[in-house]
Design a protein around this ligand. Structure first.
Ligand code: ATP
Length: 211
């Protein structure tokens, strides 16, 4: 059993509060859409939850089987796909997958062969990632999220660079492969998050301070 808990969370850059007073509690099988206009702080919140950026105030905690996970161990339970995260371009797909799945276990009963079929990259196994199209890179980033063993899946703009087939594929993957995970989606496109039971708008957590 996994639990993500944010209490009174706030983030400020210099003098500007991006969000404040944000409380969240999410567990397995729950999906949260983080919506808001450009620059409202969706990616900033995702980065804070991923442990890539510290909160300015408030608390962030993960619990696994009732025990709090130490901050230094968060990354073991999290997978993230975001436009600002780069893939190692000099690796071939095969080299990258062998490397990645050394650190994050591939989902039980899934082989590398099945993985590449699922993300329809079977023709690209020996191709350097630098030669991938932007859609191929996006399917790889998302596939890593869907097929790694992790309780918390963070997706920032998940269908960017995907065509209609890719978007249908994304929705099917979400349906079939995230049932018992906690999924957070930062997005402005309702097709990406229409299925989420929980939604927040970043504007509701914006409080500027005057100095
Ligand atoms: N490292 C940083 N230092 C200072 N300001 C930052 C930093 N990162 C983000 N910001 C600012 O925080 C605000 C929120 O940015 P963020 O990227 O989180 O928004 P967003 O909702 O994801 O936007 P978009 O929909 O355009 O992707 C913006 O005003 C941005 O300029």
């Amino acid at each position: 059993m996994f639990l993500l808990n944010l209490k009174g969370a706030g983030k400020r850059f210099q003098h500007e509060w991006i969000f404040r007073c944000l409380d969240l509690e999410l567990g397995p099988g729950q999906q949260l859409a983080i919506t808001g206009s450009n620059g409202s702080g969706k990616s900033t919140l995702i980065k804070c939850i991923a442990g890539q950026m510290p909160l300015t105030e408030g608390g962030l905690a993960y619990f696994k089987s009732g025990n709090e996970v130490p901050a230094a161990e968060f990354y073991r339970h999290i997978v993230i796909s975001a436009p600002y995260l780069e893939l190692p371009e000099e690796f071939t797909l095969k080299e990258f997958l062998n490397f990645h799945f050394k650190f994050k276990k591939i989902r039980e009963n899934t082989s590398l062969r099945e993985f590449v079929d699922m993300v329809y990259l079977e023709q690209a196994l020996n191709k350097p990632i630098s030669y991938f199209s932007s859609g191929m890179k996006q399917r790889l980033k998302l596939g890593i999220c869907f097929f790694s063993e992790a309780s918390l899946v963070l997706l920032d703009e998940p269908t960017s660079n995907l065509d209609e087939r890719g978007i249908s594929w994304y929705l099917e993957m979400i349906r079939e492969h995230t049932k018992h995970k906690c999924v957070l989606i930062a997005s402005n496109d309702s097709r990406e998050y229409g299925f989420c039971q929980n939604r927040i708008r970043m504007e509701d957590y914006k409080k500027k301070i005057s100095l």
